[in-house]
Ligand binder design. Structure first.
Ligand code: B16
Ligand code: MG
Length: 212
């Protein structure tokens, strides 16, 4: 592989905010009497905020909600989520991830974030990685969510590289699909690796040093 850049998904790859997403959606769903559990939460991985709300509302049986009401529910969840995120600190960045990132950079690779999250800059700041990446493409600069490849295509563009020159690293099946749809080679960890959704299905993040 002639890789010049690596594009990392954020949640589930660089750090783990699943539990905070779960707690925030749970509080919102409980408030409206809608059943929500961790199994449903697993379906939200890599999925945009509004698409996540639609999945949660599959269990809702009240009067039809207007777009404004849905926006307000998503905003309520996001307020709870951000107050939980503010508890994060550089201790939430593992040594394995930080040392691997540093080693990839030392090989001369450009490093970018490709995340569906509109909270990506805040999360990076909390874990001590503000200003670390060469480019950030996130939920604030895209109009279509994974499995659409837009977020990764923008990340490659921001790096000044072609998709064929970049490796995408993902934990979600929708994210691996997005990478392939954009013409990227994909390395997976977590759920996506177990489902063998990547070209490289790794057992840990540090295995990237064997792939690259
Ligand atoms: P927000 P990633 C994704 O981040 C999360 O996996 C997903 O659960 C979340 O709904 C989505 O970001 C949007 O997040 O509400 O913060 O904009 O995995 O693409 O880094
Ligand atoms: Mg993810």
């Amino acid at each position: 592989m002639n890789v010049k850049g690596v594009i990392f998904d954020l949640d589930g790859v660089i750090c783990f905010t699943d539990e905070y997403h779960y707690l925030a959606w749970k509080e919102m769903a409980d408030g409206m009497g809608v059943y929500f559990d961790r199994e449903i939460n697993n379906r939200l991985r890599g999925v945009s905020r509004m698409a996540s709300l639609d999945i949660i509302l599959e269990r809702y049986s009240g009067p039809a909600l207007t777009d404004a009401e849905k926006e307000s529910l998503a905003a309520k969840k996001n307020d709870i989520y951000r107050s939980l995120l503010s508890r994060m600190s550089p201790a939430d960045l593992s040594d394995e991830v930080k040392l691997t990132l540093d080693a990839l950079r030392a090989k001369g690779l450009k490093l970018a974030i490709g995340s569906s999250s509109k909270n990506a800059p805040f999360i990076l700041e909390r874990i001590g990685l503000a200003g670390y990446f060469d480019a950030i493409s996130d939920g604030n600069n895209i109009s279509r969510s994974k499995p659409d490849p837009e977020v990764f295509l923008k990340a490659a563009e921001f790096l000044g590289l072609a998709p064929a020159e970049c490796l995408v690293v993902e934990d979600a099946i929708a994210g691996a699909e997005a990478g392939h749809a954009g013409g990227f080679e994909v390395a997976c960890v977590g759920d996506a690796s177990e489902a063998k959704a990547g070209d490289h299905n790794m057992s840990c993040f540090a295995q990237l040093l064997e792939v690259l």
